[in-house]
Design a protein around this ligand. Structure first.
Ligand SMILES: Cc1ncc(COP(=O)(O)O)c(C=O)c1O
Length: 392
């Protein structure tokens, strides 16, 4: 982000911001008026709210995200200032320093920073075109057991919908296989499955895949989180997460100490949009807008990078990212030649090495994350063209 600010002329395919043109200015403005003009709820909206978040909003989220027993899920839910806060609170509550968190290699790098900040050990598991590989999960657990560290494994973290950065979506059968592996180890290890569904609504093809909860994950060991940052507005800072007891109470207590609950007014405004039915319309427009940009980036990658030996990428079915694999000999990191040359030529990307835990499956430095979220189509095309010429 600071490099983008320092090089205003450069085309940033780096920061994972949402497209400003898609932000629902009119809908939020109308919802604010509705909340403030409603004499029965305007003062309550401007007052402190429940520490766990607005009850009606929790119910709406639960109904939308879980096919059965929405009320139970609403009770298990805590609204937070973005899902990042939920990830932090849940991890802080579950982990002691030195505990191991298994995750895909590569994975969402801000979560890696949260874990390192807590003194935990993020541990990478190898991935393929669907994300984390179940057999590799089993093998990783075996090797950790042989090292005598099995009781330190506390969390398996997954981003199963249009992952950040690799843009993979796990099929239902892949999810079931992962649940099977966890089941096999459940007698020996106490692992909470933490699924981060941040990009679930940004799907441009195919059907929605059921969540791990809906696929039968053990309710005592599943934590799911989501956010309105990608499908509505990150500035509203509304995230959510569900947790079993006693984790739910632990998170609630921590949150009460920190902030007495996340901004109540923002939650009421979001609820007004959701209840008006405008949200589904907004999603249709959002998906259409991002699909065009996704196609533009994929076309540009095919056109300009396709001829370069050793370069590959998978077409993402959702999310905001394209994950590039470069020839083995290229280090795309900040110490490599490509990074400097790309900045000089006027294009920014995120080095793929940032997304790897330092333990487990090895870091692949010949990778890069590109985003089509922010730039208009012509600059997406120009950015890939410049990157290709630098690579050449
Ligand atoms: C995978 C993933 N999880 C969580 C977040 C956090 O989003 P927020 O805190 O805005 O809800 C992001 C943001 O980019 C993300 O990519």
């Amino acid at each position: 982000m600071s490099l983008a600010l320092a090089n205003p002329a450069a085309i940033s395919l780096a920061a994972g911001f949402v497209d400003a043109a898609t932000l629902p200015v009119e809908e939020v403005s109308a919802a604010c008026s509705r909340v403030l003009c409603d004499a029965e709820q305007n003062r309550a909206a401007l007052q402190y709210g429940p520490n766990v978040g607005d009850g009606q909003l929790r119910q709406w989220i639960a109904q939308r995200n879980f096919s059965e027993r929405p009320l139970d899920h609403a009770h298990r839910m805590i609204l937070t200032a973005g899902s990042n806060q939920f990830l932090q609170l849940a991890s802080e509550s579950l982990l002691d320093s030195g505990d191991i968190v298994l995750c895909a290699a590569p994975t969402y790098f801000v979560y890696l920073y949260i874990l390192r900040d807590l003194g935990a050990r993020p541990f990478g598991v190898a991935t393929d075109h669907e994300g984390l590989i179940p057999a590799e999960l089993h093998a990783t657990l075996q090797s950790i057991e042989e090292a005598g560290d099995l009781e330190r494994v506390k969390i398996l973290y997954l981003v199963p919908y249009s992952d950040n950065p690799a843009a993979t979506t796990m099929s239902a059968s892949r999810r079931r296989e992962i649940l099977d592996v966890l089941d096999r180890w459940s007698g020996r290890a106490t692992i909470t499955l933490l699924t981060d569904n941040a990009y679930r609504d940004l799907r441009y093809e195919g059907e929605d895949v059921p969540s791990f909860t809906d696929l039968g994950a053990d309710p005592a060991w599943i934590v799911e989180t989501g956010t309105f940052s990608k499908n509505l507005s990150p500035g509203l800072r509304i995230g959510w997460g569900t947790a079993p007891e006693p984790l739910h109470t632990a998170i609630e207590r921590r949150k009460a100490i920190i902030d007495f609950g996340s901004p109540h007014f923002n939650q009421k405004v979001a609820l007004a949009i959701l209840q008006s039915g405008q949200f589904d319309q907004h999603l249709v427009q959002l998906r259409a807008a991002y699909k065009v940009k996704r196609d533009a980036m994929v076309d540009a990658c095919r056109r300009y990078l396709g001829g370069i030996q050793g370069v590959s990428f998978q077409v993402p079915n959702g999310g905001l990212y394209v994950w590039l694999t470069l020839p083995e000999s290229i280090d795309a990191g900040p110490k490599g030649a490509l990074w400097e040359a790309a900045i000089k030529a006027g294009v920014l990307y995120v080095p793929g090495g940032f997304f790897y835990p330092h333990e487990g499956a090895p870091t692949r430095h010949n990778t890069a994350r590109l985003t089509f979220g922010v730039q208009p189509i012509d600059r997406i095309d120009a950015g890939i063209r410049i990157l290709a010429s630098v690579l050449n």
